[in-house]
Design a protein around this ligand. Structure first.
Ligand code: SAH
Length: 393
């Protein structure tokens, strides 16, 4: 096997079981590994550190498959997948929900691999050249371990470019309809698997949609960045008086409307606004509109740590408008899914927004990504979604 030798003093992260090797840590590559091929990683003192996939185009030059000397073969992937399923077995048994993240990349010790289950369909995302290199084995292992015969690939994400990979979308095996109807709590949601955002649904907000709904009974709710109406359906189901859903995607809003209808929750107090939130919230403020509950779940403004500053301005702006549109005693349910932005900084941004809006606020709850999106103790970067429920006093 080809070798990756680290610079002296750069072994520490791996010894703490962090799975990434940055380009600056690499002293030399021995041999000529292909993009994504496995290499044995050694410290400057010849100490074996692990087996990694090699990403010559990315700043993350290596991603650890294993900290042991073992073959990265079908049996390896079967074991990793079996462990990921076991991690979720108990929580899956507790509900009738049929949409689950089964594999969450680094946090399931499978860097670059994301697998979501929607009823009897797996949607696979291959994000790193290492996972791409092992694609055939990974698919075979998934078939053998999950017993799910229908697999669709949605490797159409920007991060693949950083790995020197082109996008790939299409049927891998079995038969996969354009959309499926999944269950989440008391409700059903139509999920369009083959196009649009993520793998079709924001599974990471499952628990938070139920928590948010508790604040919505009898209230006027504004759901900004609504996508296909996850929070809107839960709010209406829990007796919201009015729900306004806003998203820049006309397609997402159309599905949101269908999702409300499927659950028998249509009423004259639902409003659908296809608009840019930054502009339209200003307009609503100028019109003097106000709400009891405002949900802000924007897209990732800072995919990497480098974009944090620009992202911070976006979060500040949107939360400031949120506080202005909120009635006294109202509740702001605000999220950031930017991995590069820490929970502490997010709280500071929300606090600054309240200050600028002339509002006092109290944090009632802190929210995080759902339980099927675990965070490896050695991989804090895996904790990307954070949310605050803030009462405006
Ligand atoms: N809360 C949703 C997920 C939101 S994802 C759920 O529970 O399913 C973020 C959404 O923001 C996407 O649907 C995207 O279309 C939308 N979006 C992105 N930029 C926007 C903008 N400037 N204004 C309004 N919506 C935007």
């Amino acid at each position: 096997m080809n070798k990756m030798i680290l610079k002296s003093g750069k072994e520490k992260a791996l010894l703490q079981k962090h799975p990434w090797i940055f380009s600056g840590a690499v002293q030399e590559i021995q041999g000529e590994p292909a993009n994504g091929e496995s290499v044995a990683v050694y410290g400057s003192n010849q100490q074996f550190l692990g087996i990694a996939s090699y990403s010559p185009y990315s700043q993350i030059r290596g991603r650890i498959w294993s900290f042991k000397e073992e073959a990265i073969d079908l049996a390896f992937f079967r074991m990793r997948i079996r462990n990921a399923l076991a991690r979720r077995a108990q929580i899956r048994e507790m509900t009738e929900d049929s949409g689950w993240r089964l594999i969450h990349g680094e946090s399931d010790l499978l860097p670059g691999l994301v697998v979501d289950l929607y009823n009897d369909v797996l949607v696979v995302q291959i994000l790193s050249s290492g996972a791409e290199y092992c694609r055939e084995m990974i698919i075979e292992a998934l078939l053998l371990e999950t017993g799910v015969a229908n697999i669709f690939e949605r490797s159409d994400v920007d991060v693949r470019k950083l790995e020197g990979l082109v996008p790939r979308v299409g049927l891998i095996c079995g038969s996969v309809p354009d959309s499926v109807l999944i269950r989440e709590g008391k409700y059903q949601f139509q999920v369009h698997l083959k196009e649009g955002q993520k793998t079709g649904f924001y599974l990471d907000q499952r628990e938070n949609r139920q928590i948010a709904a508790r604040y919505c009974t009898g209230k006027d709710v504004l759901n900004v960045f609504s996508f296909t109406g996850g929070f809107s359906v839960h709010a209406l189901g829990n007796g919201a008086r009015m729900v306004v859903s806003m998203d820049s995607s006309q397609e997402a809003l159309a599905v949101a409307q269908e999702n409300v209808k499927i659950n028998g929750l249509e009423n004259e107090n639902t409003e659908w606004i296809a608009a840019d939130a930054f502009q339209h919230l200003r307009k609503m403020r100028d019109q003097g509109r106000s709400f009891d509950v405002i949900i802000l779940d924007p897209p990732k403004f800072a995919p990497t740590a480098a974009q944090v500053e620009r992202a911070a301005r976006g979060y500040k702006d949107i939360n400031l408008l949120g506080f202005k549109l909120l009635r006294p005693g109202g509740v702001l349910i605000t999220f950031s899914c930017s991995g590069g932005l820490t929970e502490a900084l997010f709280q500071k941004i929300v606090a600054d927004a309240a200050l600028d809006a002339g509002a006092d606020g109290m944090i009632l709850e802190r929210l995080h990504q759902g339980i099927d999106h675990p965070v490896g103790l050695a991989f804090p970067e895996g904790a990307y979604l954070k949310g605050l429920i803030v009462r405006k006093d």
